[in-house]
Write a new protein. Structure first.
Length: 79
């Protein structure tokens, strides 16, 4: 972008959404885990059984990696 080249990105513009996304994804993953257990055999279940076996561990890894990356960026850019 020609007019924005060389400008610094404000630190909190990346840190706050990073931590907010970690919290939102953790809440969604906990919600999916609880529903996967409670509605395991129900025909009106909104999550398939594969959500618990496949999706939730992947989300947990993604949340952990995002939290580590956000924390590392926040620590490295602290003044």
């Amino acid at each position: 972008m020609p007019h924005l080249a060389g400008r610094r990105v404000p630190r909190l513009l990346l840190v706050i959404p990073g931590y907010a996304l970690v919290a939102a994804l953790a809440g969604y993953t906990a919600f999916a885990a609880v529903l996967a257990v409670l509605q395991r055999d129900a025909p009106e279940a909104i999550f398939s059984p594969w959500t618990g076996a496949y999706g939730i561990p992947h989300f947990a890894l993604w949340i952990t990696a995002l939290a580590i990356a956000t924390h590392a960026y926040a620590r490295r850019t602290r003044r």
